[in-house]
Design a binder for this molecule. Structure first.
Ligand SMILES: Nc1ncnc2c1ncn2[C@@H]1O[C@H](COP(=O)(O)OP(=O)(O)O)[C@@H](O)[C@H]1O
Ligand SMILES: N[C@H](CCC(=O)N[C@@H](CS)C(=O)NCCC(=O)O)C(=O)O
Ligand SMILES: [Mg+2]
Length: 504
């Protein structure tokens, strides 16, 4: 990019830069131009800050870092400085968060829409088939979830050409790393403050990020709606969890910040297998696990087939769904967040089935990228011709599952040749191309200069008891940044790093 900035040791504030495609983009500082000695000091201070403030993950090189806290820790991967992000788009993403919450709740109540939309997918995707099976059992039993808790994240990319903020996906289960995301915002604010005479940037332009305290508050309010002071919050976890510190931040905050009168809102952690072994339903529907009454089930596992290696885990999922515990998410919320539903909601006149307010519908639809099923032969042919303009997605969460580039063409041709129903397992999505920015990514103590693209996730909480909406708010953000050449962007998946935003 050809742009001029003040001499490296005194990079000034917001600069306009010419991007590769000739668009003008606000750059706050070019990290690649910072004086090397200064950069080294900043990197060192950032690593010290991370270690002292729990911006940590389990190290893949340590066998027990996913099971024993305090052992084999390494700083979470982060970008050294925040990413510039237009304030107008930030506001737009925050303002539509409560509308997406309402949309998820309405879609979750339309059992027929969920079953019909996924009816072809379930024939070719065993995982979706099992989830739908549990959902239809609940429909047959006329099970009503009167108290509903959603802790969601809606992910966006800012398309460079059109300047449109386009939704990548809506996560309604196991939205994670939000505590680490808050810590990166604090890390960046601390660095901007400490190095202000060099960077001339204003730490206040990094938005407040209170995601894990807001999510802890939502969990504690759901717990109090259940109204049994002896009951606990049960976190469903994987057997190994290197992202455990993100979870501990939430559970510790819940315990320390939100005691109710004399009661502490305690949480227990159980795997699906343990819940199958130790869980039972009382005649009145109360869920008891390992002798504890469970008020809220908070899933940080169970979002992918790898979490169900045997029938035991499915029995556990069904047992929880049948209970009167508040599921976060319920099976219906889980299904409402699948990529197939995302694609169905993008069809004409479908949002109108769930939302009344015309402005809300316009504002939601504005951030829909192109989304199609593979039954749309014109799109399939276009994707075969220009696979680089599409992303092909199975009904999976957690990163690392999508199909890009030539693999899109190969897969579409294969499915066409086989003429199987397999096409119902995928959706096609317009590929979004965000602007590239220079950044310094810090992983395992090593800093590397890259050109990167970013993805802004807005966390949001929704808590409802019958007709009363108790919480419906945006809860901070998770900014993820990845090397521009990489297709995927997950932090846990290993391709992305945690970042924050500097409003320009
Ligand atoms: N339409 C798209 N355009 C560009 N990149 C995309 C698009 N959809 C997904 N990606 C990339 O793939 C990653 C994973 O896709 P996503 O739909 O979020 O699946 P998952 O549920 O596994 O996180 C995203 O974080 C992003 O980096
Ligand atoms: N092990 C589980 C991981 C749960 C998980 O992968 N969550 C997905 C949405 S489903 C997600 O939100 N990813 C954002 C952080 C990233 O990019 O890695 C946990 O941490 O509890
Ligand atoms: Mg994602």
């Amino acid at each position: 990019a050809n742009f001029s900035i003040a001499q490296a040791s005194k990079c000034s504030g917001v600069e306009e830069m010419e991007t590769h495609q000739g668009n003008s983009m606000s750059l706050i500082v070019d990290p690649h131009k910072i004086d090397p000695q200064l950069l080294q000091k900043m990197e060192y201070d950032a690593l010290v800050w991370s270690s002292l403030h729990g911006l940590l993950v389990g190290d893949r090189n340590s066998q027990i870092s996913g099971t024993v806290p305090g052992v084999g820790m390494v700083h979470a991967p982060f970008s050294l400085l925040p990413m510039p992000f237009p304030e107008s788009h930030w506001k737009q993403a925050c303002q539509i968060a409560p509308i997406f919450n309402e949309l998820v709740d309405r879609v979750s109540l339309d059992g027929k829409f969920l079953q019909d939309s996924l009816s072809r997918t379930k024939k070719v995707d065993a995982f979706t088939y099992r989830l739908l099976g549990i959902h239809s059992k609940m429909l047959d039993a006329k099970k009503i979830e009167e108290i509903r808790l959603g802790l969601h994240r809606s992910d966006y990319m800012l398309d460079e050409q059109t300047k449109l903020l386009l939704q990548i996906e809506l996560n309604t289960i196991s939205s994670s790393s939000f505590a680490l995301g808050c810590l990166v915002s604090e890390l960046h604010r601390s660095l901007l403050h400490q190095y202000k005479q060099y960077l001339a940037l204003n730490p206040e332009r990094i938005p407040q990020n209170n995601a894990f305290t807001q999510f802890a508050e939502a969990l504690s309010k759901a717990w109090s709606e259940y109204n049994n002071p002896r009951a606990v919050v049960m976190v469903v976890v994987q057997t190994e969890e290197r992202n455990m510190y993100d979870q501990h931040w939430l559970c510790t905050t819940l315990k320390e910040r939100y005691p109710f009168e004399t009661y502490q809102v305690t949480s227990i952690k159980k795997t699906l297998a343990e819940i199958d072994a130790l869980g039972e339903l009382l005649p009145d529907g109360t869920l008891v696990v390992d002798g504890e009454v469970v008020a809220v089930v908070y899933f940080r596992a169970g979002y992918g087939p790898r979490d169900y290696p045997s029938e035991s885990e499915w029995r556990a999922r069904l047992l929880m769904e049948q209970s009167s515990a508040i599921k976060c998410p319920s099976i219906a919320y889980h299904l409402a967040g699948t990529k197939k539903i995302q694609q169905e909601l993008a069809k004409p006149n479908v949002l109108e089935r769930f939302l009344e307010n015309k402005d809300d519908i316009v504002n939601i639809r504005k951030c829909f990228a192109g989304l199609w099923s593979l039954e749309d032969s014109n799109i399939v042919n276009d994707a075969i011709e220009k696979p680089g303009l599409y992303v092909m997605k199975p009904q999976r969460e957690g990163g690392g599952n999508n199909i890009y580039g030539d693999d899109v063409r190969e897969t579409l041709l294969r499915i066409e040749k086989e003429g199987s129903e397999e096409n119902a397992a995928y959706i096609l999505m317009q590929r979004i191309f965000p602007a590239l920015f220079p950044a310094i990514l810090v992983r395992q103590g090593i800093s590397q200069k890259h050109h990167v693209v970013s993805e802004l996730g807005i966390n949001a909480a929704y808590l409802r008891n019958k007709t009363k909406v108790i919480i419906n708010e945006e809860c901070g953000y998770l900014m993820r940044t990845k090397v521009s050449s990489s297709d995927e962007g997950g932090v846990i998946a290993g391709t992305g790093v945690l970042d924050s935003i500097y409003l320009v």
